[in-house]
Write a protein that binds this ligand. Structure first.
Ligand code: GLV
Ligand code: MN
Ligand code: MN
Length: 411
């Protein structure tokens, strides 16, 4: 196994620090939505770094990016490394961007090597779904599970469609977004764990076997708005109280499970006035697990319970399914290779699942895919406190380099 190259850890940390400042919310975590100004700035910085290595940069109609090493040849298969640069609102400085800067560090380390497979850094667009409500949007187009009509369906909070944001790409441009998976030798995503497992066990490295699936719904409850002082409690049809009862019912149902998780991450009431009984309540709800049957069963029970609660309260309840992905097993061959490499390098590690979804889930149905985790301090992620020890960040990137060197036959 080739294993001579070394990651420039200082540069990796420097890149991450530069990119941390590309945020719409300075001082309150990183907010960098896809297709926004900060996303553009982060990409420009990364492109500059890649161009300095002589790499060729290709951006598709969805704004997914492929960065090709100068020594790549059209006839060779592709080893793809990468992740995303977008964040949730007030998110952390490492989610996604660590996999991209780690990938860049690998390109730097292999710049002058001979490769017998092509090496490519990919930046997936709109992974978080912060703009358009659907996670892994860029990779869903890459695998063809989203196509032209989805560009019209996906709308941001201002009601602007993804098609408009992207400048109305032609059917030919959209077709070109899809990858030819026969050309992919392997895909590797380096990421922070985003949970407490590695830190609790004192392990610097995780090798992912299964990524949780998820189903997401939007719930709109319509009651009757009225005066907050003059309307007796018995005469109310309060949409927000109905929503509160629904949310707690879902928590009670899933809470004791131990593996499955349920989250209501967004909620708002209308008219949003302290002295008006809410006429409307709207919220999102998602269920995740490593077992798809459990996700389906919980979701069916939750929807039935919501209908029952709303009918008892005499309010209307509309439920829309917005997004779903199935649990995914990653490539067993790559898992064995990673275990072997970790053992050889005497890195304490464990094989584990991922509660967070990743673009790797989309690719894994079509090509050999592996994921590497490093610990998250305090198990915190998607919040400004998100962090990882410097030495773990460097260790993860070095592990990615060793693996990529092996898969590309770097010499
Ligand atoms: C993406 O980070 C997700 O798991 O929602
Ligand atoms: Mn995330
Ligand atoms: Mn991520």
């Amino acid at each position: 196994m080739a294993q001579l190259m070394k990651i420039d850890g200082k540069r990796l940390l420097q890149d991450l620090l530069v990119l941390r400042d590309f945020t719409d919310t300075p001082g309150s975590g990183v907010t960098r939505f896809s297709y926004g100004t900060q996303d553009k700035k982060a990409r420009e910085y990364l492109f500059e770094q890649a161009k300095a290595l002589g790499c060729r940069i290709e951006t598709d109609a969805l704004k997914n990016v492929r960065i090709h090493m100068p020594q790549n040849k059209p006839e060779c298969k592709r080893v793809v490394i990468g992740s995303h640069v977008d964040t949730v609102r007030n998110g952390g400085w490492l989610d996604g961007i660590y996999g991209v800067t780690g990938g860049l560090a690998v390109l730097r380390a292999l710049k002058d090597c001979q490769l017998n497979r092509n090496l490519e850094l990919v930046i997936f667009a709109e992974e978080e779904g912060s703009n358009f409500g659907s996670t892994m949007t860029g990779s869903k187009f890459i695998i063809g599970s989203y196509s032209g009509p989805d560009l019209d369906k996906l709308k941001n909070d201002q009601g602007v469609s993804l098609r408009t944001i992207l400048g109305d790409p032609s059917p030919t441009e959209l077709e070109a977004v899809q990858w030819d998976f026969a050309q992919i030798e392997a895909m590797l995503e380096l990421h922070i764990e985003q949970g407490p497992v590695l830190e609790r066990k004192g392990l610097p490295l995780g090798i992912v076997d299964v990524i949780f699936g998820m189903q997401v719904i939007e719930v709109e409850i319509k009651g009757v708005g009225n005066h907050a002082g003059a309307t007796p409690m018995v005469d109310r049809k309060d949409a927000l109280c109905a929503a509160a009862q629904c949310i707690l019912a879902a928590e009670e149902m899933v809470g004791p499970d131990g593996t499955s998780v349920v989250t209501v991450g967004r909620i708002h009431a209308e008219p949003d006035c302290s002295n008006v009984i809410p006429e409307k309540a709207w919220f999102t709800l998602e269920v995740r697990d490593r077992d798809n049957k459990k996700i389906q069963t919980y979701m069916e029970h939750i929807i039935a319970a919501f209908k029952e609660i709303c009918s008892q309260r005499g309010v209307d309840c509309q439920i829309t399914r917005t997004s779903s992905s199935k649990p995914l097993s990653l490539d067993t061959g790559l898992i064995e290779t990673m275990k072997g490499l970790a053992e050889k390098k005497r890195i304490p590690h464990q094989v584990m699942d991922s509660g967070a979804v990743h673009d790797a889930c989309m690719i894994a149905n079509h090509a050999r895919t592996g994921m590497i985790f490093v610990p998250s301090i305090g198990g915190r992620s998607h919040v400004p406190e998100e962090d990882t020890k410097k030495e773990d960040l460097i260790l993860g990137a070095q592990f990615l380099l060793d693996l990529a060197s092996d898969l590309t036959g770097a010499k």
